[in-house]
Design a protein around this ligand. Structure first.
Ligand SMILES: Cc1ncc(COP(=O)(O)O)c(C=O)c1O
Length: 480
């Protein structure tokens, strides 16, 4: 049997090209600080303390704040997950109210649970041909704040996992008119400020708290993230306090060194680094756009105003038209071409690029897509229209807040016969980890149908359990 550490040591020998996170792409040439045992220290003299930094770590965080145009920036060694937990807890009171996009990452829901918050939802537009979550629109935010005057903070995800950006500037203006802080989960947009080819960053558009995963799109180790604060609407003291609570008391110096090196690199040579990347990325997109099938989605994603802008570092290869499913294309790329993509859905496969990509990686992807076009054109299978379930968001009837639901006694029953029961746990489609069902919400026929479709399309639904893998936790309702 091969153990995990051995498997990790041998994985690189397979020469599988990563169109996925982390953004360093395992490319040692672009990373200025490589982890090894000699640098794995703890809080010893001269190395400061993350949770109350006064020395070298404070300097490093201040450099990050200057780079991103924040008033203050704090490092997270617990990814954007830890930073979002802290942001939500800091900007709301226990038992308070959060207005949040329904397509938020699971960590935001977990923060709602931990803070015993009531959550109201903003439903993003849908980009129809792909079933993608589009932008959250300002009018919806305005209306929701008018209906829920008890709201303490607003949180949206922009860009989404697929790279769809919301009109943060307009949303920030509305939220500020109500005297509230706008938190933006920009986990997938840490690269935005470094080239105009990418969307304008949320900090520049007026957000008060912004969370970035460095590891997703920049050359930094997995788990590294930043939380930025601008202006006075968010309490910095509270953010720091919660960052201390949601992270280990022994933060890794390898991770912090990696963040520091990434920030220094961007400061010293970010323009050059990104200019070279964008030139190659544009060339790659141009070549990919010449193939008819699988098709690189681009301008059509903006259609109908459902997206405000797009992050073109993400490659959405559309397989609709039915010659092959997203699931099969994803597997075919891996088996035949040694290309590991980030995510599969029933209608498209998602690849992530970064400044650390190699020319060889881009060449391989172009050859693979050319091969795919020839292969499936030749086979000429009957086109079958897929119904998209991937980004579908259910608006369930909330019987009680998430935190309260999580504390109730639950029983397990067959999911496909659970219509009308109240969910006792989350159900996720993974990736990207956006909940399909939330504890405290009534399970509907619509949800059951959606989970069935997702499974039929080969997608992973997490949260179902039991021997059959089809049981769901529901609340004993008489306890209410
Ligand atoms: C939109 C979004 N926000 C937050 C996170 C959490 O990020 P991290 O992995 O850095 O904890 C993810 C993870 O994929 C994500 O997709």
């Amino acid at each position: 049997m091969e153990f995990l550490y051995q498997k990790l040591e041998h994985y690189h020998e397979k020469n599988i090209y990563p169109f996925h996170m982390p953004g360093h792409k395992r490319n040692e040439k672009v990373v200025d600080f490589l982890p090894d045992l000699t640098k794995d220290i703890t809080e010893i003299e001269g190395f400061d303390y993350l949770h109350r930094p006064t020395g070298i770590l404070r300097e490093s965080q201040m450099a990050a704040a200057r780079l991103y145009g924040a008033d203050e920036t704090y490092y997270s060694v617990n990814g954007s997950t830890g930073a979002l937990l802290a942001a939500v807890r800091a900007c709301t009171t226990h038992g308070g109210t959060l207005l949040m996009a329904r397509n938020c990452h699971q960590s935001v829901y977990h923060a709602v649970c931990l803070g015993q918050l009531t959550s109201h939802y903003l439903y993003p537009e849908t980009i129809l041909p792909y079933g993608l979550n589009g932008a959250v629109l300002p009018d919806q935010v305005e209306a929701a704040l008018a209906s829920h005057s008890e709201t303490e903070a607003v949180l949206i995800t922009s860009p989404t996992y697929d790279g769809v950006v919301s009109p943060v500037k307009e949303i920030a203006k509305i939220v500020h008119r109500h005297g509230l802080p706008l938190i933006v989960d920009e986990a997938h947009g840490a690269h935005f400020p470094f080239h105009e080819y990418f969307p304008v960053s949320a900090l520049e558009q007026g957000a008060d708290v912004v969370v970035h995963s460095l590891h997703k799109t920049l050359p930094a180790l997995t788990q590294t993230a930043l939380i930025h604060v601008k202006g006075d609407l968010a309490d910095r003291e509270r953010i720091q306090r919660y960052m201390g609570m949601y992270q280990t008391s022994s933060p890794s110096y390898l991770l912090m060194g990696s963040m520091d090196a990434c920030i220094q690199k961007l400061q010293a040579s970010g323009l050059k680094f990104f200019e070279a990347y964008v030139t190659r990325l544009k060339r790659l997109r141009k070549r990919l756009s010449q193939f008819q099938y699988p098709k690189l989605a681009e301008e059509e994603l903006l259609g109908g105003g459902a997206a405000w802008d797009l992050d073109r570092s993400k490659l959405i290869l559309d397989v609709q038209g039915g010659k092959i499913s997203g699931h099969l294309f994803y597997e075919w790329l891996l088996k035949k071409w040694n290309i590991q993509m980030e995510m599969e859905t029933e209608t498209y496969v998602l690849g992530m690029t970064s400044a650390a990509d190699t020319d060889e990686g881009y060449e391989r992807l172009c050859c693979a897509v050319e091969d795919a076009e020839k292969t499936w054109q030749k086979e000429g299978r009957t086109p079958q229209k897929n119904s998209s379930v991937h980004s579908f968001l259910i608006s369930g009837e909330a019987v009680c807040p998430i935190g309260k639901a999580m504390e109730q006694e639950t029983v397990y029953i067959p999911f496909f016969q659970s219509t009308g029961y109240v969910a006792g746990d989350f159900l996720y489609l993974y990736p990207p980890g956006i909940p399909l069902a939330v504890p405290g919400e009534r399970i509907t026929e619509e949800l059951i149908e959606m989970v069935r479709n997702a499974r039929n399309a080969g997608l992973e639904v997490r949260g179902l359990t039991g021997i059959s893998g089809e049981d769901v936790a529901v609340i004993r309702e008489e306890l209410f």
